[in-house]
Design a binder for this molecule. Structure first.
Ligand code: ITT
Length: 196
């Protein structure tokens, strides 16, 4: 666990996640608002639900209960139109099982390749009531995997605002210009810096 005393003076936000890539993206965005991000590696529960907001809310409640700190968590998923929103809230499981190659197989010969990533940040503290912040990015599923950066489905997702490159062909800073997570983080950071 990161030691709080090692942070410079100023605002700190505690992020419970097991995903180091998400942490890296969050650290860059929150730094724009002069907020330091502390990674808390707490095993928060992750319920199954059709709605990622409900998943994020349950995780943050559980994490605050365990740590007695103000905490944020983030839940995200890839929603593919031609697959009726699959894998959506099951993105983590689907990534671990069939992966990007499995998604490309399901999308073989599918012309309509529209998809979006949706991110929900849930913040809660022992004193504050729970709040959620959303971000979405539209794009398309590529025909093949491209790029080595990022994580998860990044090699097969091309955002509409930069349609020639996948997220995995971008640096963290570039992905943060477009991504679902960066949009949710910016909304969170604006509220956080005006409240604490
Ligand atoms: P937590 O510990 O924070 O829950 P996680 O990796 O389990 O980390 P999620 O449940 O939020 O994260 O994400 C589900 C999956 O969706 C994740 O494992 C990726 O495969 C995919 N995903 C989410 N955001 C992504 C992004 O920005 N780029 C690529 N894939 C992403």
């Amino acid at each position: 666990m990161t030691r709080v005393s090692s942070f410079p003076k100023g605002r700190v936000a505690f992020f419970v996640t097991g995903n180091i890539h998400k942490f890296k993206e969050a650290r860059h965005v929150l730094a724009e608002y002069k907020v330091a991000t502390a990674l808390l590696r707490v095993k928060a529960s992750e319920i199954q639900d059709d709605d990622i907001e409900n998943i994020a809310k349950a995780s943050v409640r559980d994490a605050v209960e365990r740590c007695r700190l103000p905490i944020f968590v983030e839940d995200a998923g890839l929603f593919i139109d031609a697959l009726n929103g699959f894998p959506g809230p099951y993105s983590s499981y689907v990534y671990r099982t069939i992966g990007t190659k499995g998604i490309l197989k399901l999308m073989k010969e599918v012309e309509k390749r529209d998809a979006y990533f949706h991110s929900v940040i849930a913040f809660c503290s022992p004193k504050e009531s729970l709040r959620c912040f959303h971000g979405k990015v539209k794009g398309k599923i590529s025909q093949e995997e491209r790029g080595n950066s990022g994580f998860g489905f990044d090699p097969i997702f091309k955002p509409s605002d930069s349609p020639n490159r996948t997220f995995a062909e971008m640096t963290t800073e570039e992905k943060n210009k477009f991504s679902h997570r960066a949009q949710a983080l910016r909304k969170f950071a604006e509220w956080y810096t005006s409240t604490f």
